[in-house]
Design a protein around this ligand. Structure first.
Ligand code: XMP
Ligand code: MG
Length: 183
């Protein structure tokens, strides 16, 4: 368990700090090989992907650039609808560049499929996705994800960038919340 105040709110730890760090290192090594000699732009999706972006980019050794987007999905309650609004767009033109979207988690896949289509329409050399977590049971649309950290059960998780009401992002592990947090 993490030595943070919010640690006691966790029901169980799904992925420890060590497991996350090891998988990030493996993904970084794979990306170093696949993008060697290419002009790669990591696009982090705010806010959830900040931890993955920070750790993944520092674990990579090839030259790279970073940019961020913030999007909001409209839907009923907490469900993603696939209707997406851009809250913060990229700073720069991506035409001719190799874009790697860095995501915290893929749930229904609706947000991501919209994002892939949106970025692909801007004339990049390529668009691929690296997601730390994926919930295969929740998928509503098939999204081609080139790099996945972990497939996890269809449960709501927090930590390592992921939030509940904008809290718990700073937990070093990924876990589920105890029932008392929701009541
Ligand atoms: P899609 O469109 O794939 O939405 O359904 C993905 C976005 O939904 C959020 N999300 C979560 N956030 N714990 C979280 O903190 C979760 O278990 C979770 N599942 C989905 C997240 O913002 C992601 O980008
Ligand atoms: Mg969120």
């Amino acid at each position: 368990m993490d030595a943070t105040d919010t640690g006691t709110d966790l029901e169980h730890v799904l992925l420890s700090e060590e497991q996350l760090a090891e998988r990030i290192r493996e993904l970084a090594a794979e990306l170093d090989r696949d993008y060697a000699g290419q002009d790669v732009l990591l696009v982090g999706v705010l806010k959830g992907a900040v931890m993955v972006m920070a750790d993944l980019s520092r674990a990579m050794s090839i030259p790279l650039s970073m940019d961020f987007m913030a999007v909001s999905s409209y839907g009923s309650g907490t469900k993603s609808s696939g209707v997406v609004r851009i809250l913060k767009d990229l700073d720069a033109d991506i035409s001719g560049r190799h874009v790697l979207i860095v995501e915290d988690i893929i749930d229904s896949g609706l947000t991501l499929s919209w994002l892939i289509a949106n970025l692909s329409s801007r004339g990049p050399a390529s668009v691929r996705v690296c997601a730390l977590l994926r919930k295969p049971e929740a998928a509503k649309v098939v999204v081609d994800v080139a790099y996945v950290g972990f497939d996890i059960p269809n449960e709501f998780v927090v930590g390592y960038g992921l939030d509940y009401s904008d809290r718990y992002r700073n937990l070093k592990c990924v876990g589920t919340l105890a029932p008392h947090v929701y009541s």
